[in-house]
Design a protein around this ligand. Structure first.
Ligand code: 3NM
Length: 201
């Protein structure tokens, strides 16, 4: 079964965000807190509240703020493409999962040299959150997957209808934002994403 990462969509009211995370945690491998509009203080509050509400710390990765991941015992941190902190973070906190976004083969090779634990490559298909950049497509994904040993997670515009094409590239997983967090029936939607993996087992 391929990995499923859920990425928060930076626009939900606090209570709804917490509810969805609680509901989906047993269905996905990792949940990335990507709430860019929040201050560091607000992010800490959110993380504290999630843990207090019963969210499993080992399921949580936070975007950029590795100090929050360390201080609250989260599974890891997800870094942007231009971040050069991965090597230093891995050295200081070997237990922390460190992921990075990449958008080209050269970035993928750099991320591998920096010993990240996984990389996100996207966006694979057109998606509302990347309107002004052309989608990179499944063939670019396949090329990246063939060139690196580090797990590659595909992101961007992935739906239950196209997930099979993505996984056929040998990408080791998918990352989903709107397909979970913008969905009224988020739990049943995740099951649709899982279906191809189950059939392929
Ligand atoms: C957060 C993000 N990063 C991307 C990248 O290409 O690096 S695409 C993306 C948004 C993914 O949202 P959806 O699942 O709704 O298409």
């Amino acid at each position: 079964m391929y990995k499923i990462h859920a990425i928060t969509n930076d626009c939900l009211p606090f209570d709804r965000l917490v509810q969805i995370i609680l509901d989906i945690q047993s269905e996905v491998d990792l949940i990335q807190i990507r709430e860019k509009r929040l201050t560091e203080q607000e992010l800490m509050k959110l993380v504290q509240y999630l843990i207090k509400s019963g969210v499993c710390k080992e399921k949580l990765v936070i975007n950029t703020h590795y100090e929050i991941a360390v201080n609250y015992g989260l599974a890891g941190v997800h870094l942007p493409e231009n971040s050069r902190h991965a090597t230093a973070i891995k050295k200081a906190y070997p237990h922390l999962i460190v992921g990075r976004s990449i958008h080209s083969l050269s970035s993928a090779i750099q991320a591998e040299e920096d010993h990240v634990d996984y990389m996100f490559f996207g966006h694979i298909f057109p998606t509302a959150s990347k309107k002004n950049v052309a989608a990179r497509g499944v063939e670019s994904l396949r090329e990246i997957v063939q060139h690196v040993h580090t797990p590659v997670i595909a992101i961007g515009g992935i739906t239950p209808q196209n997930v099979e094409r993505v996984i056929r590239t040998n990408a080791c997983g998918i990352a989903i934002m709107s397909g979970i967090f913008n969905e009224p029936n988020w739990k049943s939607k995740i099951r649709q994403y899982q279906l191809y993996g189950r059939k392929g087992e």
